[in-house]
Write a protein that binds this ligand. Structure first.
Ligand code: ATP
Ligand code: MG
Length: 332
């Protein structure tokens, strides 16, 4: 049976990239398939997280999911560290994955930068834990942004190698789901880098909790070229910042880049940017209001996460037990 799994790290405040590339699409899959969504706190600590901020960010990511329409009675929503099977299966997969595979991961190279000797071992092993997150539930579909494609492909490689090594068909070969106009929302200051929670400057991203003035200011200051919007989408070739703003508009408006260009052909940034800011505020303000309402009742968020974790464990435990049997671990 088809089953969806995906996650978001509580490594900072949620961005417009997380909303359009992940949360909005996750909510859209709800009801069509069984859906399991996680706040992946084990992944967050691959880089240093202040403990109090980690707890707060975990609740904020949960609030983001809920405020955007995730229904905790339909979907399973929980934080990763409450289900021990993630770490347990992650270890088994550390012994299946090859060091050479990890060395090819571009996200590790980006995040480690020039300091690869000093980053945590966890950051290096991260994709193997991500494979465990997905396969612990035998998930068949993983909606992610474009930046996670390589990790989902690695998950397929790990499943295939496990199946081959142990002569089984136990783990499914998962499909990445990367669709829609906003699978890679770019940084507002540099159209060649993606927007990230953990990016250096707050001006390079829109946060889901930014107020209307901040959103307007950030779009106003967003880097663009001097040319007006073209008559066709082809006219955006080689203009990454312009293309990004058009894609963001399309995704927020449930439209297409073609339709946005048709509506705004010939418009200058002085017209397009305020229209984009108004649209973003119209879509994000109700969500951020609901997020702050939810954040006023942390006990309720914790209760939802604990209930989700209990449901997740029910699916995960038999799969982990069977994995241990296949590997040959004794248990009474
Ligand atoms: P960090 O900088 O800490 O890695 P992040 O913003 O990249 O944070 P993640 O928690 O790593 O967020 O990713 C959560 C989900 O959001 C993933 O599915 C990822 O592909 C998606 N995502 C992240 N950034 C973008 C973006 N700029 N555009 C579209 N999707 C994105
Ligand atoms: Mg990321």
């Amino acid at each position: 049976t088809p089953r969806v799994f995906s996650g978001i790290k509580p490594s900072g405040g949620l961005t417009l990239g997380n909303y359009l590339g992940a949360i909005k699409r996750f909510v859209g899959m709800q009801g069509e398939m069984e859906t399991i969504y996680c706040v992946v706190d084990l992944h967050a600590i691959t880089v240093w997280q202040d403990p109090a901020e980690l707890a707060n960010a975990t609740r904020e990511v949960a609030a983001g999911y809920l405020a955007a329409g995730l229904d905790p009675t339909q979907s399973i929503l929980f934080n990763q560290s409450q289900v021990a099977g993630h770490a347990e299966l992650g270890w088994v997969f550390n012994c299946v994955a090859r060091v050479g595979w990890m060395n090819r991961m571009t996200q590790f190279k980006d995040k480690a930068g020039t300091n690869a000797e000093k980053v945590s071992l966890g950051l290096y092993a991260y994709p193997s834990l991500m494979a465990a997150d997905i396969l612990l539930y035998h998930a068949t579909h993983v909606p992610v942004g474009e930046d996670q494609k390589q990790h989902v492909e690695l998950t397929r490689d790990i499943a295939a190698k496990f199946n081959h090594d142990f002569g089984t068909a136990f783990f499914p070969i998962t499909e990445p789901v990367i669709d829609g106009p906003a699978t890679r929302v770019m940084n507002l200051r540099d159209g060649t880098r993606k927007m990230s929670k953990s990016g250096e400057s707050d001006m390079e991203r829109i946060n889901m909790t930014d107020d209307a003035d901040t959103i307007a200011k950030k779009f106003k200051k967003a880097k663009t070229d001097p040319a007006a919007l073209p008559d066709t989408l082809d006219g955006l070739a080689g203009r990454p910042e312009a293309r990004n703003l058009v894609d963001i508009y399309a995704a927020l408006d449930d439209s297409t880049p073609e339709a946005v260009i048709a509506a705004y052909q010939g418009a200058g940034w002085g017209r397009f940017k305020p229209a984009l800011a108004d649209l973003a505020v119209a879509k994000l303000a109700p969500i951020s209001q609901e997020m702050s309402r939810l954040m006023n009742d942390p006990a309720e968020i914790d209760r939802i996460l604990a209930q989700g974790a209990a449901r997740a464990r029910q699916i995960a435990e038999p799969i982990l037990k069977q994995t241990y049997d296949i590997v040959g671990f004794l248990r009474s």
